[in-house]
Design a binder for this molecule. Structure first.
Ligand SMILES: Cc1cc2nc3c(=O)[nH]c(=O)nc-3n(C[C@H](O)[C@H](O)[C@H](O)COP(=O)(O)OP(=O)(O)OC[C@H]3O[C@@H](n4cnc5c(N)ncnc54)[C@H](O)[C@@H]3O)c2cc1C
Length: 455
């Protein structure tokens, strides 16, 4: 039981808000979660139809300790899916003269040195990284940071496709300090990344613990928020309740909440935790700190279109023997990359069929994300067909357009984080979390919710 039982409001029933609610309930606090929509999960949505499973938001997460812990606590082992053994390859879409093809991505240093993805000069530039010293910066774009350490070829040819896969970002504008915080820390004091990694491993006395593998659940990732919601005490979850404003007083916080029948009422809590998108938090803080509110509203979000495309295994020449591929931005494709969904997890497509989930658009190519437009979806489908070398056209099965999918931390984002820290110190009964503040991945969200609950 908590030493001091508090009455806590959480705004938003995405994975952050639900994990936080579960953790606070475990600590004995009284929790109320307000969610404006009629469902839990936020951007996590899994749809089963015609023998396929379509993920509209995230497709998988990495089975790192915060995830394994929650699977243990909720006892979800028999719902859990790991990747199929054949899904270890990752590809990069490259240009080969006028042609485009998928080339296996290196899995580590040795395979990078053997890979045709880098020229001999590029490889020599990269292996010299530990031999140089580096100037200390307050922040840099991911592109400039990686280019400074490993050279332009690694920055453009390997890191740009990877980061445009994760953040749908333009790496020339994405903050290295905020998007790659662990790598950034290694370079403190002008260190090389490789030297920093070796030192850090020695200091923490860590052996190579192996890579975390991608994971999901039998009926898709939406099982996780649904399971969390089902463990919350009765009355905790208030769906179709939109929080309109947050007003702290000397020793409590008052929320104005609009329910499904449009009635607005005031509700009082000891603490309120905001777990929504940056612009939603910004509008809730409007009357408290208009400068911070405006800065939150300006955080750039990359648009992404998700396109689920299917075809018979006999009609696709590529074996789809892997996780998927990422496209080099220099190719000028509207595709950011794709996941070979039916190769990655079992039961994602009927027997004899493949399901491929394409990620389209992103910050550098926003128009290509608008896959709700039939013509744009067709263009993306044809790009995919050329890369997979198909004998018959593939079929678009499901699409979802996210005009504001992924927050892209701009260079200098850490100053905004410092401003939020100061705001929380001034208003101790308000706490703020979200993928625009402390990590976008689902595992980051689980970790941040645990940190916040403990605080
Ligand atoms: C297309 C896409 C693909 C992704 N792929 C991956 C992936 O493969 N792996 C991975 O690890 N991560 C992925 N991510 C990132 C990850 O899914 C998100 O960072 C994470 O799910 C965000 O969760 P959240 O709870 O912080 O926010 P959200 O899911 O946005 O939830 C916020 C909730 O707050 C509610 N809300 C907002 N305002 C109010 C209000 N005023 N009152 C009440 N409720 C309110 C909203 O309705 C929503 O339900 C992806 C994200 C997207 C969009």
């Amino acid at each position: 039981m908590a030493a001091l039982k508090r009455n806590i409001a959480i705004v938003g029933a995405g994975i952050t808000g639900l994990t936080l609610a579960w953790r606070l309930q475990q600590r004995g606090h009284a929790v109320t979660v307000f969610e404006q929509s009629e469902r839990v999960g936020g951007v996590i949505k899994s749809i089963r139809r015609d023998g396929y499973l379509f993920e509209e938001g995230p497709n998988s997460l990495l089975a790192k300790p915060p995830f394994r812990q929650i699977v243990d606590e909720l006892n979800l082992h028999d719902r859990l899916l790991g990747p199929s053994p054949t899904a270890t390859n990752r590809y990069i879409a490259v240009a080969d003269g006028g042609d485009r093809r998928l080339e296996a991505a290196p899995r580590g240093l040795i395979s990078a040195l053997r890979s045709p993805l880098l020229s001999l000069t590029g490889k020599l530039r990269a292996v010299g990284e530990p031999l140089r010293s580096y100037p200390q910066h307050a922040d840099l774009s991911v592109h400039d940071f990686i280019a400074e350490h490993f050279g332009q070829e690694v920055a453009n040819g390997l890191v740009a496709p990877m980061l445009s896969g994760i953040y749908a970002a333009d790496t020339t504008r994405l903050s290295a300090r905020s998007a790659l915080p662990r790598l950034w820390e290694l370079t403190e004091g002008g260190n090389s990344i490789v030297r920093g990694a070796i030192r850090s491993r020695k200091e923490k006395n860590r052996s190579k613990s192996g890579r975390a593998h991608p994971a999901s659940f039998r009926d898709g990732l939406e099982e996780l928020p649904q399971q969390l919601a089902s463990r919350l005490a009765a009355e905790t979850l208030q769906l179709q309740h939109r929080v309109l404003s947050v007003r702290p007083t000397a020793n409590e916080v008052i929320l104005a909440v609009r329910d499904a029948s449009e009635r607005v009422s005031e509700k009082r809590f000891d603490t309120c935790m905001l777990c929504t998108t940056a612009d939603a938090v910004g509008s809730l803080l409007q009357d408290l700190d208009s400068t911070l509110s405006a800065r939150l509203g300006e955080i750039p979000y990359a648009p992404v279109g998700l396109l689920h495309v299917a075809g018979s295994v006999h009609d696709i020449e590529h074996p789809l023997d892997g996780f998927g591929f990422l496209a080099r931005p220099s190719l000028g494709l509207g595709l950011l990359g794709a996941i070979f969904s039916s190769s990655l997890f079992p039961d994602r497509a009927p027997d004899g069929m493949h399901l491929v989930t394409c990620f389209c658009g992103g910050a550098a190519n926003p128009d290509a994300a608008a896959v709700h437009d039939e013509q744009i979806a067709e263009q993306r489908r044809r790009e995919l067909e050329a890369l997979l070398r198909v004998r018959k056209p593939l079929r678009v099965m499901h699409r979802r357009y996210w005009p504001k999918a992924i927050p892209n931390y701009a260079v200098g984002h850490f100053r905004l984080q410092e401003a939020i820290d100061r705001f929380e110190q001034q208003h101790p009964c308000i706490r703020i979390s979200g993928n625009w503040r402390a990590g976008i991945s689902l595992v980051d969200r689980l970790e941040d919710a645990a940190r916040l609950a403990a605080s």
